[in-house]
Design a binder for this molecule. Structure first.
Ligand code: UD1
Ligand code: UDP
Length: 371
């Protein structure tokens, strides 16, 4: 079986690091990097730190407007996919690389498998929402992390070719966490464990105006603890464009490698973020999370009491970083750590035309509602 996997942005490299080694034991995988992210800290560092095989094709697409970036990817992906004629084209998540990969494949009548399917923010103008909805609708297989995602698809009339497999990021975190135990990333930055805030932001809605950026930074600046902000290049560019600077105690650093990031997440007092992956990691690590958005694709973390939606409101951000300590139980929301194995099993099972697996799938290791 040949699987062409398309990656391009940082979170997709993290997800591929969990799946590729497992997939390659049973199938031939061709890894295609669109080049959506290209700075060393946004791409190569993940190949160096994680069990991620080198890309077989690098399309060098780089940055651009939504249409230009997606269009260039489509144009460059098409001849490669046509030549490879894989059994599956696998895409992750909701970036422009996801959409381009799914569209290029569907138009060549190749079967698309969407990993992390069914996520919804219900904000129709959000670039990621457009990417997810279209990708889910052209996919033959939609592999979901959570029960919420399965229910979202059902609401759109998609029930076939849907499997709840658990979450790859959660699986990678569980594998990598023991390796971070000896890491003193906080100390090496002069920070004290549980006495700093870790913040990330990059969403279009939070970086499109100087006012929103200023509100978020003003809220963070009221933290009684140092605030470490590994700055996404989109946000760095926006701050320069709008002439916005970060007041003390905010400390801006370059984006981090996965292992440093995990160690700093683990030891933070609170995490403040608009990242999907970081919200999930905060929950898994038992670190309180303030989400700089009005909604989330991971509502289970909010329902569990470990994630608060604070938008860009300075008072809510300040209150959260000052004294909030969640007490709710943290149930295993993201599967039992066998997502990669489950994905490979679904891919290898015989499929009917509509994406339904015809052979019964082996049961998940324990009954936590997966599958
Ligand atoms: C993209 C995804 C978003 C995801 C995020 C993960 C889309 C529409 N958005 O957003 O869903 O959460 O990746 O990080 O696909 N830049 C650099 N160097 C890089 C990459 C980007 O300088 O290596 C700068 C460029 O100015 C670029 C901007 O960041 O224009 C935005 O990059 P882009 O990949 O278009 O979107 P992200 O904000 O990274
Ligand atoms: N991440 C990282 N270094 C950073 C910021 C994030 O390694 O400086 C990791 C983070 O731990 C998670 C993933 O990148 O595994 C999330 O990516 P990002 O926030 O860019 O995208 P999103 O999840 O919002 O799509």
């Amino acid at each position: 079986m040949i699987v062409a996997t398309i990656v391009g942005a940082r979170p997709q490299l993290v997800k591929a690091a969990a799946l590729s080694p497992v997939l390659r034991r049973r199938a031939t995988e061709i890894l295609i990097h669109t080049g959506q992210h290209y700075d060393f800290e946004m791409s190569q560092v993940f190949f160096e730190q994680l069990p991620l095989p080198a890309a077989d094709h690098h399309l060098g697409v780089g940055s651009g407007t939504q249409g230009a970036q997606t269009g260039t990817m489509l144009q460059r992906l098409e001849p490669i996919l046509e030549e490879l004629n894989p059994d599956w084209v696998l895409v992750y998540g909701d970036t422009n690389s996801t959409l381009a990969g799914a569209l290029a494949a569907a138009k060549l009548a190749l079967r698309v498998v969407h990993v992390e399917a069914g996520m919804r923010s219900f904000v129709p103008t959000m670039p990621e929402e457009i990417n997810r909805v279209v990708t889910d609708h052209v996919s033959a297989l939609r592999l979901c992390s959570t029960a919420t995602a399965v229910a979202n698809l059902a609401r759109e009339g998609i029930a076939e070719g849907v499997h709840q497999v658990g979450d790859l990021m959660a699986e990678l975190l569980a594998a990598e966490l023991p390796r971070t135990m000896s890491r003193r990333a906080a100390e090496s930055l002069g920070l004290e464990r549980r006495h700093y805030v870790l913040a990330t932001m990059h969403r279009a809605a939070n970086t499109a105006s100087g006012e929103v950026l200023e509100r978020i930074l003003a809220g963070l600046a009221r933290s009684p603890y140092p605030v470490l902000l590994p700055l996404h290049p989109r946000t760095r560019a926006a701050m320069q464009r709008f002439g916005v600077s970060a007041p003390a105690p905010i400390r801006i650093i370059e984006p981090l490698g996965y292992r440093e990031m995990l160690a700093l997440e683990r030891d933070a007092r609170v995490i403040v973020t608009d990242s999907g992956g970081v919200q999930k990691e905060a929950y898994l690590l038992g670190v309180p999370c303030l989400t700089l958005r009005a909604e989330t694709e991971w509502p289970e973390t909010v329902d569990a009491g470990w994630n608060r939606l604070v938008g860009s409101q300075p008072d809510a951000i300040a209150a959260g970083v000052r004294g909030w300590q969640p007490t709710g139980e943290r149930r295993p929301l993201f599967g039992t750590g066998s997502a990669a194995q489950r994905i490979v099993e679904v891919l290898l099972a015989p499929q009917s035309e509509d994406g339904e697996t015809q052979a019964p799938l082996p049961r998940a290791k324990s009954g936590t509602g997966e599958g």
